[in-house]
Design a protein. Sequence first.
Length: 309
Amino acid sequence: MEKMKAIICTKYGPPEVLQIREVEKPVPKDDEVLIKIYATSVTASDCIIRGFKLPVKMWIPARLALGLIKPRKSILGLVLSGEVEKAGENVKQFKKGDKVFAHTLFQFGAYAEYICIPETSAITLMPFNTSFEEAAAIPYGGTLALYYLKKANIQKGQKVLIYGASGAIGTSAIQLARHFDAEVTGVCSTANMELVWSLGADTVIDYTKEDFTNTGKQYDILFDAVGKKKSSHLLYKKALNPNGKFISVDDDSPGKQAVCKANLIILKELTEKGILKPVVDRIYPLDQTKEAHRYVDKGHKKGNVILTI
Ligand SMILES: NC(=O)c1ccc[n+]([C@@H]2O[C@H](COP(=O)([O-])OP(=O)(O)OC[C@H]3O[C@@H](n4cnc5c(N)ncnc54)[C@H](OP(=O)(O)O)[C@@H]3O)[C@@H](O)[C@H]2O)c1
């Protein structure tokens, strides 16, 4: 049996619970591709699961779903970029050597040297104009931002405010909202204002200096990309047009409607046209995954934190 290196989440807890181990290298089924992973991303979701940082009311259902004392999927990591090493017998869309990027949805497993993914899942060829590190920065924030903006039925000319404009979801949302020809306002802290301007926001508000609900301006869509109940429809009502929509990353867990091949292809094409630019904050090697988690735990990364493998 061949072996590979992976980061194992040994139990719920601080970043120290993450340990590098030798595990069995996976073997692709007939409908799967075996990918040699070059880059993955440390996402807010990985950190939430590792630290079991969930509201009390979700503790029991979440432990049943995720694992009682440790994550059942012990290798975290939702997104990846890499190269197809082997294609299963029935695989038609990919061949050995293809450069791909993917989102594993609830399967995780990307903090590793190899992963097997069904060809029909959220996997496609990488944009031709990105590095592996940049490609791994696209799927997480990109699929969620696309899903929530479409759910809000974003239209040309609408005034859209993105709260949490500098994170993985926010940086994608700013660029996608601009692509949909909306008038975009981004809200973030002082240190991230320049980044949010550079992504095409028409207006940037520093939440440490100004409360956007007190500017007198009203929006057609308020997208809360911060979550953790830091905002609510009631709190923001006066900044919303009478028919305006409030939408939050806390609203639902989007699943396959967001994380699918079709959305990944849209993101790939927008990236190739230069409309969507992946935002990479820091890059860590796999053996520094704990450090990467410590940084992401702070909740102020700029876009994405990447692990290289
Ligand atoms: N529902 C779902 O299924 C689902 C799926 C994925 C993610 N999420 C949630 O989506 C949220 C965002 O994910 P992400 O990957 O974009 O996170 P991230 O990259 O860590 O970004 C966090 C954002 O929040 C802002 N922020 C932090 N503290 C703030 C505060 N006190 N007031 C205002 N803004 C603040 C940050 O801006 P500054 O650094 O400028 O402060 C940054 O823009 C996470 O809470 C995650 O749990 C939900």
